[in-house]
Ligand binder design. Structure first.
Ligand SMILES: [Zn+2]
Length: 272
């Protein structure tokens, strides 16, 4: 039996839905008055359909736009539950062979974004004013959606929430640690009260600082390792608690090891 996804109203008219089946990935519905928009659509069509049902049956409105925060499938395969609805994405959305393969794969009919942008785009949809900003790091096409009046930000996987044993730490996939760090530092300059992250529980601005702390510590350890005569293997042998002080995240050493490898490659050109 399927468990129904429940809306979590994180701000009046803004509903966060968290997947039970895929890494606590989130889809958020923003009620804009006569219409709604959806930010990310989950991986599985069955769960995405439950969100679409909520919009139709409970809100009794139609969806005018989908915003996909980046090209990873757990954030966009659910677009299938909204046939014909145009999408907005960053202009780097389909930037690589891997992205093309995923986006044009057999799981869903590929639909090119109707609107793209590079650095910043302002949108007014119904009663809501929103800003879309390019936020590279996790992936080259990452974007965040910021509602300045509500002080709410939708961060995609640039900032992942707490409350999951398998995710939480930042990570980069086809991305770059240097860019992620710069993006996180820049997000701290926004006036934010509520964050709807790409995965796991919503939070406040402190989530950004937590992710930045880990990223900076990771960089420092890897940067200074040669001076301390430490190899990559020595760093991998260190407990995760050296890098983060959040106990819940200690459940996921594998992701941390992947992060160490990637940071090492970035800073030391793949030398062991
Ligand atoms: Zn994701």
């Amino acid at each position: 039996m399927d468990i129904r996804l429940r809306p979590n109203e994180i701000h009046p008219g803004i509903y966060l839905f968290t997947s039970f089946k895929t890494l606590m990935v989130n889809s958020t519905v923003v009620d804009c008055g006569d219409e709604v928009i959806v930010v990310d659509t989950l991986l599985r069509k069955d769960e995405a359909t439950q969100v679409a049902d909520f919009i139709r049956e409970t809100l009794q409105k139609s969806v005018s736009w989908i915003i996909n925060t980046h090209w990873h499938k757990d954030h966009l395969y659910g677009n299938q539950a909204y046939p014909g609805v145009p999408t907005i994405a960053h202009e780097n959305y389909i930037h690589s062979a891997e992205a093309q393969k995923i986006l044009m794969g057999h799981r869903m009919p590929y639909q090119h974004p109707k609107l793209t942008f590079s650095e910043r785009m302002r949108l007014t949809i119904g009663t809501r004013h929103m800003e879309l900003h390019g936020a590279p790091g996790h992936s080259p096409d990452g974007l965040v959606v910021y509602l300045p009046e509500e002080k709410v930000m939708f961060t995609g996987d640039t900032v992942i929430g707490n409350g999951s044993r398998r995710i939480g730490l930042p990570y980069v996939h086809e991305g770059n640690w240097g860019r992620l760090e710069a993006t996180l530092e820049w997000l701290l300059t926004f006036n934010i009260e509520r964050i709807a992250p790409g995965h796991a529980k919503p939070g406040d601005k402190s989530l950004i600082q937590q992710r930045l702390d880990y990223t900076q510590r990771l960089r420092r350890f890897v940067q200074e390792a040669p001076l301390a005569n430490m190899t990559k293997a020595d760093l991998i042998a260190l407990p995760l608690t050296e890098f983060t002080h959040d106990g819940s995240e200690a459940m996921m050493p594998n992701l941390h090891h992947i992060n160490l490898e990637k940071m090492w490659a970035e800073l030391h050109n793949n030398t062991p």
